[in-house]
Design a protein around this ligand. Structure first.
Ligand SMILES: [Zn+2]
Length: 355
């Protein structure tokens, strides 16, 4: 047996059909995430298990995530200010600049918790102030800041800059509306320059507000998408803060309800959550197995019970192995035996059963 220890990116990345068990040690923060991750088990259609470890401490941990993911607005503005101080960016400048971002160093410098800092930066990104890349792609990216027509009116650009701009436009599409991954080597070839020259020119073009340039990197980085403003003036709208926070709390609550509801079949809970109309108990989850009473609940166990009583009708003691000759499904047999013993309709003594 192989064990894969994975973070939640697991849900996206790994596509193994024969995962038999997905065990969650930490509770995901939404049913959607849980469903997707747990759903990685048993892709081959064979029996598989999903286990979620849950205790009261997890409820606390989940609630804490709300505060971690949505720090106070004042705190977010503080992070915005500290960031500008960190990179020495004055009010009214900075647009298009990219910086390597080491969250631990930054957090230590300003005595912030990295988790909250990370969330604050994500919110600032949603608000359109910065681009915050945690796990950067290795390749460089470019987007034009000027429109096509403004580009032709540029008269201060050098011959080399012209060559790079022309090479970009010839090689890539969509540069005016999106960040496009570029290959600096290819651009260099097209422009008749070296890769190093292209890199320097792209940086210059970014500083002159002609393009946005995200250099090829392996470390997280931050790009200013707008000139720095006064922290007080940072606008965090309802859509990007309150509404999202509300949604997040709802999702967390739903997850908690799922994890702590031991009365309704898990499968049924999920189907109800996802709005499926048809649902019945799965008879396989922990809730279903827990609730299974010894009372014969289906045809199988009812037949088994009758068969056992039939065998014992003669009033003799019968060896327990004789039960197997009845050719009953094991599951029905177990449940039926349990029921009959519980109701004192039969006795078991050593290896014998009797009425
Ligand atoms: Zn169930």
């Amino acid at each position: 047996m192989r064990v894969i220890v994975a973070t939640n990116a697991f849900g996206m990345g790994i596509d193994k059909p024969d995962v038999r068990l997905v065990l969650h040690i930490d509770c995901p923060d939404s049913i959607e995430a849980y469903f997707q991750e747990a759903g990685r088990a048993g892709r081959d259609g064979k029996k598989a298990y999903a286990v979620l470890l849950w205790n009261k401490g997890d409820r606390k941990k989940l609630n804490k995530r709300v505060v971690e993911n949505f720090p106070e607005k004042d705190y977010i503005k503080e992070v915005y200010e500290d960031l500008a101080y960190y990179y020495q960016i004055g009010v009214g400048s900075g647009a298009g600049y990219s910086f390597v971002f080491e969250i631990d160093k930054f957090s230590r410098t300003f005595k912030h918790f990295p988790v909250q800092t990370h969330s604050a930066l994500q919110i600032l990104e949603r608000a359109g102030y910065i681009h915050y890349e945690m796990e950067p792609e290795a390749r460089a990216r470019v987007m034009f800041k000027l429109g096509r027509n403004d580009l032709y009116r540029l008269d201060e650009s050098s011959k080399f800059e012209d060559a790079v701009i022309t090479a970009l436009l010839r090689t890539y599409g969509g540069l005016f509306s999106n960040y496009v991954y570029i290959d600096e080597g290819l651009v260099a070839q097209e422009a008749g320059l070296t890769t190093q020259q292209v890199y320097v020119i792209l940086k210059n073009l970014a500083q002159r507000n002609i393009i946005y340039f995200i250099p090829q990197r392996k470390t997280p980085f931050i790009t200013y998408l707008q000139d720095r403003i006064d922290g007080e003036k940072v606008v965090l709208s309802k859509e990007i803060y309150e509404e999202r926070k509300e949604q997040y709390v709802k999702r967390i609550n739903a997850m908690q309800a799922y994890a702590s509801n031991n009365e309704v079949c898990r499968s049924r809970q999920l189907l109800i959550y996802f709005g499926e109309k048809r649902h019945k108990d799965c008879e396989q989850c922990d809730v279903c197995l827990d609730h299974e009473s010894p009372e014969p609940s289906n045809e199988q166990t009812k037949n088994a019970r009758e068969a056992i009583l039939n065998l014992l009708k003669d009033g003799e003691r019968h060896h327990i192995t004789e039960l197997h000759k009845l050719n009953l499904p094991n599951k029905g047999l177990d449940v039926a035996l349990e029921y009959l013993i519980h109701e004192e309709e039969i006795n078991i003594d050593g290896s014998f059963i009797f009425l």
